[in-house]
Structures are given as C-alpha cells and as structure tokens.
Design a protein. Structure first.
Length: 615
C-alpha cells in the first residue's frame, strides 16, 4: 500500500540526528577514490559486450559518402523525438544512425527477464495520443515499449531514414565544405549540414573493475545483452529452465537487478546476489489498463498527466491539484499536499516547505526499511537490504517479488559493502569477504556509462569543431552552451539530454521539447539560406550567467548521498554532473522562455553565415 501521512511512521518515531549520522556513515564506507574509473569500459577486449548484436544479424550494405541535411545520432526515445521534431519542422532529408538493429535504444538492447518501465507508462511512453497506443498496464513490459518505438517509426516514416547496425566513430567539422564529416564502422563518410547528438545516457554498458575478471572461465554476460540461449526462456516468456543445475551470480542491485533477481532466483539451482549498496524497493502493485478509463480520456490528456507527474516528482503539487500517478515517485509530494490541505493550505515559504519535505523523506524511507524487514525472514539479510540514504539518492524501485526472493533456500545475499566490492574473480568464481564462491555464470547488472565523462558515454572520437577544437577539451571544466543545445565553436551541432536545459521528470517529454527546438533552428537556418548557425560567445556567456543566477543549489543533498551515478559515484571534484545544470525555475518555465524566443523569429544570440553570392 502506498504510504499516506497516517501510514508512514510518525516523525516522533524517528531519531533524525541518528538516522542522518547513519546515512553519512553508510555513504562514507562506500566512497571509492576511483569514482567512475572503478568501472571497465566495454571497448577494446570487452568491445564485444557493447558492439555485437545478439538479437539480429547485420545486413550488408554499401558505405555512404553523400550529403544530407541532418544526421541524428541515436535511435532510442531521444533520437526518435528529435527526428519527429525535424519532420514537424519540414525537414525530411536526414539519417538516424544507431548501432542497434531497430529502433528503441535501451529498449532494443535490454531484453532481460522481468524488464518493465519503472515509472508510469502513460507518461513515459511518448506520443501515445499521436499513435493511438494504449499501454497494457501501468508499468509496461519492455517488449511492448520496443513495439511502441516501432509504431512511432512506422507512423512518422522514420524507417526510410534509418541506418542500423552502424557505430559512429568520429565527427569533425570541415571548414571548407561547411559540413560535418560523420564517419562510421561501416565505412561511411556522410557530409551533414547539421548533426544532433541524441544517443542518450543508457546506451553503453559498463563492467565493474574486479581484479581477475579476465581469469573467470565460466559464462559471463551483461544484462543489456541477455543470453537466453544459455539461460533458457525468451524475452516475452522468461522461463529460465536451463539454469536449473547452474550456480549463478548477479552483481549489482540497482533498478535492473531488482527486476532480474526474482526470475533468476525462481529458476537457478543457486543464486548469489552481490550487493554493495541496496536499492529502496516499494510495492509495485502493477495493474492492467482500465480500457474504459483510457477511452474516456480527453484530447491533451497525456501532456496534462506529464505535467502533473512533473509537479509531484520534481516540484510540488498546487493546492487542490490531485496526484494522478499515485506511486512511489509522487508519494512525498502527495503526502505533503494532504498535510497542507488538512491545515487549510497555509502560505508556506519555500524554506518551510523544503524542511517539511525532508521530514517526509525520512518518514517514507523508514517505511521502506520496515517493508523490507516485514518481508525478508532472515534478520541479518533484511538488515543488509535496508536502504540508508535519502529518497532520490538512488533511483527508487518497486517490485512485489524482490525481497521475497531472499526467502528461497537457493538464494543468498553476498553483501560486499565492507570491502567496497568483490575482492577478485578466479577461474571458478569470485571471492567476497574472504570466501570463494564457485559459480557457472556471472551476470553483470552493473549499469551503463551514465557518467559525466562524455568520451566514455558517447564512445565517439574525435568530436571536433572549428580549428580542430575537441568538445571533450572544450567541456573539460563543465558544459558551455547556449540554451543547453548548442555551443560556440561547434556550428550546426546540437546536443540533447542533460546539459544546461530544462529537465522534465518524464525524459521523453524533455526529448520532445528539445526535438521541437532543434527542428525550429535547423529549419530556419535552411529557410534563410544559411550554411552555418552558431551561438556567439557573447550570447553563450550571457546565457550561462542567467542560468547560474537562477540555479538551485542542491549540492548539500547530493554530496550527502551514497555513491551512485546520481552523484558521480560520490566524486565531488568533477565540474560536470550527470544531470547537467538544469534550468532552476523548472522545465515549463524554460519551455516558455524558448517559446518566446522562437515567437520573436529573430534567432537572437545565433550567428548565421551564408554562401557568398558570385557577382
């Protein structure tokens, strides 16, 4: 049951100073000086875990050396929403480049057992109204989301623009041609007027840097490349019957593992779940979509729902505004609204609201720890599984079977917080807490290059603008952009995702907005006969000054969190955060600012150059 104010432990039952001290202690014992460098890149000898497609054969094709208006890097939600924005702006001459065999991005690659979206599908799945799609349930299965990606591509004619099974190797600006050279592993050298980097934060798996990882002689794979040939079962029916006589280890207990572990635990002869930091795991209570309710929705319902979710998850619900989502993501705001309503909606200052929000944060997290304790039978295991940190220090999870899995006799939790990870791997298995565990298979649920080190996440080298300037060098001390989507020195190049723009609680809404803005700028440049469009340094500097003047400083919260990709694995020295520098007043304020800018029609802050006219 989702916590309401009367269901959460009352504040009087919580020793806030003691819990805060515990939070800090649990953070400190997990911080590693290597930060993200503790992970191994899936390149070089590990490239096969990233580059090979186990699901679809690579179709041969001839290299492309022609010109196009736009190259969009990425065929996931972000790239598709950018392509949709280009089409809406009247641009049809473009390529979408992705190394998957179809659209979907992370929803193409991730086919592990139990995969579902872990927030409200009616918000998360983009363009539901435009495609006439009804999600089958609140937390929809991965194969259904990937099918929806194909539906979007078919509805808006994106397949004709797609180059699949293609990895971009380099981007370089050609001053003589005023074009970007886009080179790939398929021998392409595409000359593009514009390039949009839209490959998302979840495109490249990473491995834990365990000593001796190459010594292991058994089977290993990453959850983003699930091997059903080895485990048995398949994407839509994950009955992992081939694991019945296998000893299996799953390393990682983040959002992916929470979904994977119940399935592996149900079928494996023995399962070891290797945990450094536990996730918070609430009741999921997934429900099928009420068809009559869905039919009753009025036009514009999805954007209304997204706005409501954004308010509840990232801002605050307005007086009288209902919580349409009703899950773990919105619980704190929902509970606070109920308290304020009971008080007659007093005029509460932002400082007082945030103080009360922190109290509710502690109450909700205590409820989640008690939930764990109520389900897991072994007290020591239950204690190790409890999350000791603030809500949103790590991605919140929900699952009805995860905790119960540890009550199975064939499942053992291997907590490695004391040694900050597995000590080493051997030919036969792994060593943790001084004990060697023999296994047949190691499954890495170790996540992705969700990191501020862009060269690792993008895996494109070089990315060079005017005078050979590398974007990695230019951004070494932090992002420098205009409106979060362009940078001085890099003409006709657009960025998406978490940079210096507005961020919506629903990622696909962020991508749709960015695609709309990028489509507008590119189409206006083409209409005006411009060969380049680029922010001036003065405009970029002015934007950065404005961005920082309205910024919300949450560094105290972030720095007190347990290490995760949310806070650069606890590394406070980095200049750039995974979520960038979001627009402080919020997503919808940012969107209103961009709309006013577009309505003015002057492209203020951008410099356009045109081809010289011959006499």
């Amino acid at each position: 049951m989702i916590c309401q104010p009367t269901d959460c432990p009352p504040a009087s039952e919580i020793d806030f100073e003691a819990v805060r001290a515990r939070y800090r202690a649990e953070r400190d014992r997990r911080i590693r000086k290597e930060a993200n460098e503790q992970y191994i890149e899936t390149s070089g000898e590990w490239a096969d875990l990233y580059e090979r497609d186990p699901y679809m054969p690579v179709a041969p094709r001839e290299p492309i050396a022609g010109e196009t208006d736009v190259v969009v890097l990425g065929g996931g939600f972000c790239g598709m929403m950018v392509a949709h924005g280009l089409k809406q702006a009247g641009i049809d001459d473009f390529f979408i480049v992705d190394h998957a065999g179809d659209f979907g991005g992370t929803w193409y690659w991730n086919r592990y057992p139990g995969i579902q979206c872990d927030n409200d599908a009616y918000c998360y799945m983009p363009l539901l109204e435009e495609t006439g799609t009804m999600p089958s349930k609140k937390f929809t299965d991965g194969f259904e989301i990937q099918q929806h990606c194909r539906t979007i591509a078919e509805t808006f004619g994106l397949y004709e623009n797609a180059l699949f099974h293609t990895l971009v190797r380099g981007l370089s600006w050609d001053e003589t041609l005023n074009r970007w050279h886009v080179t790939t592993n398929r021998g392409d050298d595409i000359k593009a007027r514009f390039v949009v980097i839209a490959n998302g934060p979840l495109n490249k798996p990473k491995l834990p840097g365990i000593p001796g990882i190459k010594d292991f002689k058994g089977k290993l794979f990453h959850t983003a490349r699930w091997d059903y040939e080895y485990t048995g079962g398949e994407w839509k029916a994950p009955v992992l019957d081939k694991l019945a006589d296998k000893k299996v280890a799953v390393i990682g207990t983040g959002a992916t593992a929470i979904q994977v572990v119940p399935h592996v635990g149900r079928h494996a002869g023995q399962l070891y779940v290797i945990q450094r930091t536990p996730s918070s795991v609430d009741l999921r209570a997934n429900k099928p979509t009420d068809v009559e309710w869905f039919k009753s929705l009025k036009p514009g319902w999805q954007q209304d729902r997204i706005r409501n979710f954004h308010h509840a998850a990232m801002e605050r619900l307005a007086p009288g505004e209902p919580d349409l989502i009703q899950d773990i993501w919105t619980e704190i705001s929902r509970n606070l609204s109920a308290e304020l309503e009971a008080e007659g909606w007093p005029d509460v200052s932002l400082e007082e609201y945030m103080r009360r929000r922190e109290v509710m944060d502690y109450r909700v997290m205590e409820r989640l720890r008690r939930r764990c304790e109520e389900i897991v039978e072994d007290p020591a295991t239950a204690e190790a599984l409890k999350p000791w940190y603030r809500f949103l220090c790590k991605r919140p999870c929900s699952n009805d079977d995860y905790y119960a899995t540890f009550n199975r006799p064939n499942v053992e939790l291997v907590d490695v917080a004391a040694t900050q990870g597995v000590e080493r791997m051997t030919e036969k298995g792994f060593v943790a807490n001084g004990r060697e565990y023999e296994i047949d298979c190691m499954i890495f649920a170790s996540g992705y290059e969700v990191t501020n080190e862009l060269h690792r996440r993008w895996a494109i080298d070089p990315v060079t603008g005017r005078n050979g300037l590398s974007i990695y060098d230019y951004w070494a001390d932090g992002f420098k952009t205009f409106q979060g989507m362009m940078a001085n020195g890099f003409p006709n190049l657009f960025f998406t995702g978490f940079t210096q723009a507005g961020v919506n609680a629903t990622n696909s809404a962020t991508f749709i907005a960015q695609g709309r803005h990028i489509g507008y700028i590119a189409s206006e440049a083409l209409k005006r006969g411009a060969v380049t469009v680029e922010p001036t340094k003065e405009a970029q500097d002015a934007y950065l000054a404005k961005l920082r003047s309205v910024a919300v400083d949450n560094s105290d919260f972030v720095n007190e969190c347990t290490p995760s990709y949310f806070n650069n694995e606890g590394d406070q020295a980095h200049k750039r955060h995974i979520f960038g520098e979001p627009w402080g007043p919020g997503f919808y304020d940012f969107e209103a600012m961009l709309e006013r800018w577009r309505d003015a029609g002057t492209l203020d802050g951008l410099e356009l150059t045109r081809e010289p006219v011959e006499a």
